[in-house]
Design a protein around this ligand. Structure first.
Ligand SMILES: Nc1ncnc2c1ncn2[C@@H]1O[C@H](COP(=O)(O)OP(=O)(O)OP(=O)(O)O)[C@@H](O)[C@H]1O
Ligand SMILES: [Mg+2]
Length: 202
C-alpha cells in the first residue's frame, strides 16, 4: 500500500489549501468533507438513514440533507451530533478505503480528515499525521473572511474541536500557516520531498 498521510487541523487552518498544494505535486487526495457532502446530497447514500433518525424536517424537498437546519441542531445538541456521526462516519470510512485503493498509482496519498484527532478508525488508515496549524486569531479571521459566520460562532466551533495542543501532540509533521501562501507552498514542497523519498525507500 502507498504511504498515506492523514492531514488534519482546526477549522479554517488551511487543510483544503494545503491539500490543493500537494495535489499540484501529484499526490493523491482523499477529502472526507467532499465524501460527506456527496453522501448527504440529493439521493446520497446517507439520506435514508438520516431521515429515519431525524425525521423529514431535516431533509429538503429535493431529498438532500438540510444543512443549515442540521448545523443548528448539532451545534447545541451533543447527542444529536453523535447520532449523525454514527450514520456518516462508517460510510465515509468505507468510501475513503475505496478511494485509497483507487489511488495506489499515485506516489503517496493525502487523506484530509478534520476529525482525525477524534477518530481512531481514520488514524489507522494513515501511517503519518500532518497537522496544519495557525494562531486562533488567524483561524477566526480566515473563517470569517470566507463565510458569513460571526466571530462568536467561529470561536464556538473552535471551542468544540480538539484543543490545538492535543492535536499537535499527534503530529509527525506540522505545517505552520500563519504567514502567506508562499510560505505554505514552500513547506509543502519540503514535505513532498520527504514523502516521495519515504515512498521510494519502502
Ligand atoms: N497562508 C494563507 N494566507 C492567506 N489566506 C489563507 C492562507 N491559508 C488559507 N487561507 C484562506 O483561509 C481560508 C481557510 O483555508 P482552508 O479552506 O484551506 O482551511 P480548512 O482548514 O480547509 O477549513 P475548513 O476547516 O473549514 O475545511 C480560505 O479562504 C483560504 O483561502
Ligand atoms: Mg476545508
Amino acid at each position: 500500500m502507498r504511504l498515506c498521510i492523514g492531514l488534519t487541523g482546526g477549522i479554517g487552518c488551511g487543510k483544503s489549501t494545503v491539500a490543493g498544494l500537494f495535489a499540484k505535486h501529484g499526490a493523491g487526495i482523499i477529502d472526507t468533507d467532499t465524501i460527506a457532502r456527496r453522501l448527504t446530497q440529493a439521493g446520497g447514500e446517507a439520506i435514508a438513514a438520516i431521515r429515519a433518525a431525524f425525521g423529514d424536517d431535516y431533509i429538503t424537498d429535493d431529498g438532500a440533507l438540510n444543512r443549515a437546519k442540521m448545523r443548528g441542531l448539532i451545534f447545541s445538541d451533543a447527542a444529536a451530533k453523535q447520532r449523525l456521526e454514527l450514520i456518516l462516519h462508517p460510510l465515509i470510512l468505507e468510501q475513503a478505503k475505496v478511494q485509497l485503493r483507487q489511488l495506489q498509482t499515485k506516489p503517496y496519498i493525502i487523506l484530509v480528515v478534520p476529525l482525525l484527532a477524534e477518530s481512531p478508525a481514520f488514524r489507522q488508515l494513515a501511517q503519518r499525521v500532518l497537522v496544519v496549524d495557525c494562531d486562533e486569531n488567524t483561524q477566526v479571521a480566515r473563517v470569517i473572511g470566507r463565510s458569513r459566520m460571526t466571530e462568536a460562532e467561529v470561536r464556538g466551533i473552535i471551542a468544540q474541536q480538539t484543543p490545538r495542543a492535543e492535536r499537535l501532540q499527534l503530529a509527525d509533521d506540522v505545517i505552520r500557516n500563519d504567514a502567506g501562501l508562499d510560505s505554505l507552498a514552500e513547506q509543502v514542497s519540503v514535505l513532498h520531498g520527504h514523502y516521495s523519498d519515504r515512498q521510494n525507500n519502502d
